[in-house]
Design a protein around this ligand. Structure first.
Ligand code: NAD
Length: 494
């Protein structure tokens, strides 16, 4: 669909949708017509049967399985270079794994819950009903996972879905739109491409639920846009997730696991360990272990197919500037570049994993989410000091704690707050389908994955069938006489 924007338009939250912006294909009118088409189809169908939901899930699986090579190529084109295996793991397999888990559990999730009613012959139950049409706004770092994992739960809960992926992965977004059109009617699933202006118009639509994955700043704008329609939102944001290494930890094991997470997708992961909290005096040991870990995973970096590039020049320069800022303010920068290669070629957007020692709060790397293979190391004396450091910052999306000290682990869990926790590894809690995934406050609002995904996109509808007992009717009906007064005085008790 090719169209141009008509004259000046301003969305309720004030974003200009002016002609001549980078909106290429989509108009606000077109978005509204898509939404209306989906709403009409949803109302005509009613809550879809289990079989319809399974059919939609099977088509999602087929879309990913049949087109895995195209998906890998498009991601590679978008990144400059992206590891094929990493793409298959995160953007194909992990999404299919979600769908298969859903298929195993959907019947049980859809069950009506029978509750104990107020009166013996009354009925009280909760039916998990679809909300209607759900909008999904995705990010670029795992474009399929962050758009299509939500779509799976949106369908499981019986809804229709509109998706807006990121403009930073144009080849992937175009493929997503094309494949959605091949496997689904646009009243079931529609993918619209575009940047922030389209994002603003999209999130201003009166969806029945909106799930957004991206930065806290844009998340806040999305929440404002949704508030005009009182659309419920799930915000999957990011932040600075700490990796806290306790004194009882195996430093080699911790370093290997932290560096595995920090170098996967070149650290461009919302859940990547953002910085390390390390007991004082263990810096050199950690650096040595980190060096061997990187050398064993990536003996070379420049032409290594397993090592992913930074998404674009803007983010490449951002990371370079933040490293320079830290160095200028006194940080010791340790490049983990096993073959001592020259990585200065800007066009390939590759940055070697970097450890930063002697960091301070004045450095950008300790203020902003890093989203790249750069790992500041903050040292601490006591566990209380480490906990205080974490709590000085906004609640992170994840906390990683490495230790074999159960008492200290309990203390860390009880005195910190984060979206989720993995103990003795990084990120794994997000890949266990039995667990909800989401942040808290500035790292996110709401959660999905597994049953929580089904619940997030369902409405828990309370249904009560009245008792035939005359008491049930008479309780609230005047004139209020002695029986009611006796009931009240015998019930309002401590
Ligand atoms: P971003 O906020 O810049 O963009 C996200 C999406 O929002 C894109 O599709 C973009 O086009 C759209 N958008 C931009 N401006 C908009 C507006 N005004 N209104 C509506 N939509 C708009 O984020 P990003 O650079 O794509 O992603 C990086 C951030 O996402 C990091 O903070 C990272 O931690 C976070 N993230 C979180 C998760 C998670 O699951 N919690 C996963 C991946 C990334």
């Amino acid at each position: 669909m090719k169209a141009t924007l008509e004259a000046q338009e301003v969305s309720p939250q004030g974003y200009s949708l002016a002609a001549g912006s980078n909106v290429a294909d989509i108009t606000p009118e077109y978005l509204r017509s898509l939404l209306n088409g989906q709403k009409t189809a949803f109302m005509a169908e009613g809550a879809p049967a289990y079989e319809t939901r399974i059919d939609r899930t099977n088509r999602l699986i087929a879309l990913l399985v049949d087109n895995q090579d195209k998906i890998v190529s498009a991601l590679n084109a978008d990144y400059g270079h992206r590891s094929a295996e990493a793409s298959l793991l995160t953007d194909v397999w992990s999404v299919i794994d979600n769908y298969k888990y859903t298929k195993l559990h959907l019947r049980e999730w859809m069950q009506t819950e029978i509750h104990e009613a107020m009166f013996a012959d009354a009925e009280a139950r909760v039916e998990y009903v679809p909300k209607g049409v759900v909008g999904v706004v995705g990010s670029w770092n795992f474009p399929w996972r962050l758009a299509f994992a939500p779509v799976g739960y949106v369908f499981a809960a019986g809804n229709r879905c509109m998706v807006k992926p990121s403009e930073l992965t144009p080849a992937t977004s175009a493929l997503m739109a094309e494949l959605a059109g091949q496997y689904f009617d646009e009243t079931e699933l529609a993918v619209v491409q575009g940047g922030p202006e389209i994002g603003a118009a999209f999130t201003a639509l009166p969806f029945d639920h909106l799930i957004f994955t991206g930065s806290a700043k844009v998340g806040s704008a999305v929440m404002r846009a949704a508030s005009f329609n009182l659309t419920p939102v799930t915000l999957e944001l990011g932040g600075k997730s700490p990796a806290l290494i306790g004194k009882s930890a195996d430093i080699g094991d911790a370093a290997r696991r932290i560096l595995t997470a920090k170098t996967f997708n070149a650290g461009q992961i919302c859940l990547a360990p953002d910085y390390v909290l390390l007991p004082n005096g263990l810096e050199r040991q950690f650096v040595g272990e980190a060096k061997s870990a990187v050398a064993s995973m990536y003996p070379k970096l420049q032409d290594n197919p397993d090592y992913t590039s930074i998404i674009n020049e803007r983010h490449f320069n951002r990371l370079k500037n933040w490293i320079a800022d830290a160095e200028a303010k006194g940080a010791e920068v340790i490049e983990l570049n096993p073959a001592s290669e020259d990585l200065s070629d800007v066009a390939s957007h590759r940055i070697a994993p970097m450890l930063l020692l002697k960091v301070t709060d004045a450095m950008t790397v300790l203020q902003e989410e890093i989203f790249g293979p750069v790992l500041p190391i903050v040292t601490y004396e006591t566990i209380e000091e480490a906990i205080a450091f974490i709590n000085k910052h906004t609640h992170p999306l994840a906390l990683y704690y490495f230790s074999h000290d159960a008492e200290e682990e309990r203390k860390v869990l009880d005195r910190t707050t984060s979206g989720g926790v993995t103990v003795n590894d990084c990120m794994t809690h997000a890949f266990d389908n039995s667990l909800p995934f989401g942040g808290i406050g500035p790292s996110g609002i709401g959660a999905y994955h597994g049953r929580q995904g089904f619940l997030t996109f369902s409405h828990a509808r309370a249904i009560y069938r009245q008792s035939k007992s005359p008491q049930a009717e008479l309780l609230f009906r005047p004139p209020f006489g002695e029986p009611i007064r006796a009931f009240l005085s015998s019930s309002i008790t401590k």
